[in-house]
Design a protein around this ligand. Structure first.
Ligand code: NAD
Length: 302
């Protein structure tokens, strides 16, 4: 088979699986790896190839995407004993679509360079819906020539694709800026709708008015239409724990620059509390429901 039509995909979760599906629909053969066998089975059901390890995947394909939950896991998948880079013979390209830290992007890029592997740090934005509809924004750090060579594939996954710079971590810097704002907007929606709830003003009325006023935001539309108005926070989501991870990454990066993010610290405390109270695996918009639950339990206690 023409090797240019074969791609690897490691991490077939909420984001990875729909992205792999779009690659399949564009005529690529997708070789998927996930520690969760159910996720691999889902890829096989839509025509992907499974049953590989990182070690034999690097021999099978010239291009591998990863979409993994955390910097720690990305380090293991890229740099661990059974990872992509130590087991590759060079001459492959690896594109990390996960949100990790700029420092981990740079560390992986350094190891990749020593092995003759091309690496891009390419986090994405646009939610699961963006992954399904191939409308993601993709912010890429890494060598321009690697970016140019990979662009046709990236165009299968997203709509707004940016080469931010040659630094492999710089796409992630922009992603963390974006997700810090996501954290603020997410909480703004939760607290603003709490006032509507407590004063008995119809949420739909609030939504219609704010949507054409200065409080409007993409997060209000997303959270209200897909989750809060349905009181359903489970499906295909950007989880509270992923948001907490990104806020901590943004804060950690800011600390390394000696900057200050006073309200972000409060947000981190709030989402740590949410995770502790059992909202970790629900969509981040559950922050609204968490506030309502707290109000109800306070009423019961008084
Ligand atoms: P997810 O938890 O649904 O998917 C991650 C997948 O990686 C899972 O299927 C898991 O089994 C797999 N995995 C874990 N460890 C692995 C390993 N060692 N080897 C192979 N596979 C492994 O998470 P997601 O929502 O798909 O997010 C993936 C990345 O994309 C995260 O970094 C997240 O921050 C980022 N992101 C998510 C969204 C979103 O809306 N969900 C949006 C933009 C960016």
């Amino acid at each position: 088979m023409d090797r240019s039509k074969k791609v690897g995909f490691i991490g077939l979760g909420n984001m990875g699986l729909p992205m792999a599906k779009n690659l399949l629909a564009s005529g690529y053969t997708v070789y998927g790896v996930d520690v969760n066998k159910n996720s691999e089975d889902k890829l096989a059901e839509i025509g992907g190839k499974i049953g590989f390890t990182n070690q034999n995947l690097v021999k099978e394909v010239d291009l591998i995407f990863t979409s993994l939950p955390s910097p720690e896991i990305a380090e293991v998948v890229y740099l661990g004993e059974t990872g992509i880079i130590p087991n590759s013979e060079g001459n492959i390209t690896v594109v990390d679509l996960s949100t990790i830290s700029p420092d981990v992007n740079r560390k992986i890029a350094q190891a990749a360079e020593e092995k003759g592997v091309q690496y891009l740090g390419a986090p994405v934005s646009g939610s699961v819906l963006g992954a399904e509809n191939a409308t993601l924004s993709i912010m890429v750090g890494g060598k321009r020539e690697t970016f140019d060579a990979t662009l046709p594939h990236l165009k299968v996954l997203g709509k707004n694709i940016f080469h931010v710079g040659e630094d492999p971590g710089v796409g992630t810097v922009v992603k963390l800026i974006n997700n810090l704002m996501v954290g603020f907007h997410n909480q703004a929606v939760a607290e603003a709708l709490t006032i509507a709830e407590q004063s008995g003003v119809d949420h739909d009325v609030v939504y219609d008015i704010v949507n054409v006023s200065t409080g409007q935001s993409a997060l209000f539309t997303r959270n209200y239409q897909s989750f809060i108005s349905k009181n359903e926070y489970e499906e295909g989501a950007f989880t509270t724990s992923l948001l907490l991870k990104d806020l901590k990454l943004a804060k950690g990066y800011s600390d390394s620059l000696n900057a200050r993010l006073p309200l972000a610290e409060k947000l981190i405390e709030h989402y740590e509390d949410a995770v502790q109270k059992g909202y970790a695996n629900q969509d981040m918009s559950v922050s609204y429901a968490m506030i309502q639950d707290t109000i109800k339990s306070q009423l019961l206690e008084s």
